[in-house]
Design a binder for this molecule. Structure first.
Ligand code: DC
Length: 226
């Protein structure tokens, strides 16, 4: 396959990461989870006692101290913040909400977007996030908006956490998703929205395998068109 970029946007919990990861493995390209990068910035803020929502300037002044590495190996993707493996730590509900808060900060976005573009230049990727189709990779060969209803997304997250043995409350998860949807789609900088040229994939009524098959079909059809 020639060098390609697949851009996937969509709201929290739509299955972007798991579907993109599976598709990347199948197509032999690299998966880049841009949400994990915002989560690292949020974890950095939390660990350093910075309230990024009330005091964004404190985080902005320390952006140079944030080094993020995404390493793909046989066991999947591992995420490193300043050398420490934070793959699991960045998945807590506290970091999820924090990530949505740091993602409204223009300077944070500028730094992370530069890293994302550099990654997509060096190899074929499938990259997921909120602003990938229109802003990070506007020339991507394939653009997909992967979404699902709030109910379906909250239920998936709830089941995932219960399976991991994490004590959680469905209504709280749903409220967090609604908070993040609102925050992500109403912010001034690169708000979440479907790009005009992105193919809509609604997975509300699809299983994981069906969602991955749908995304693969979209990619294959797009590549054949070009
Ligand atoms: O996809 P995720 O849930 O891991 O993303 C965490 C937060 O980061 C989410 O609330 C929105 C933000 N984000 C963003 O603004 N732009 C991206 N490209 C990726 C994520």
């Amino acid at each position: 396959m020639n060098h390609i970029a697949v851009a996937v946007d969509g709201p929290a919990g739509a299955g972007k990461s798991s579907v993109s990861k599976a598709v990347a493995k199948d197509l032999g390209i690299v998966y880049i989870d841009t949400g994990a990068m915002y989560r690292c910035a949020a974890l950095f803020a939390i660990k350093n006692g910075i309230d990024a929502k009330r005091d964004p300037q404190s985080l902005i002044s320390r952006l140079d101290e944030i080094n993020i590495d995404i390493k793909n190996n046989a066991d999947g993707q591992r995420v490193f913040l300043n050398g420490a493996d934070v793959t699991d730590e960045i998945r807590t509900p506290e970091v999820s909400v924090g990530a949505s808060d740091v993602a409204v900060i223009k300077e944070v976005r500028r730094k992370l977007v530069a890293m994302q573009r550099a990654m997509a230049k060096s190899e074929s990727v499938i990259m997921d996030g909120r602003d990938i189709c229109e802003y990070v990779l506007p020339d991507a060969e394939v653009k997909i908006f992967l979404t699902a209803s709030v109910e379906a997304r909250a239920l998936r997250r709830y089941k995932e956490l219960i399976e991991k043995g994490v004590d959680c409350d469905f209504e709280k998860i749903k409220a967090d998703i609604e908070y993040r949807d609102h925050n992500d789609s109403t912010r001034a900088e690169s708000p979440l929205k479907r790009a005009k040229d992105a193919v809509l994939a609604d997975t509300s009524d699809l299983t994981f395998d069906e969602s991955a098959a749908l995304v693969k079909r979209i990619i294959k059809e797009k590549i054949q068109e070009d």
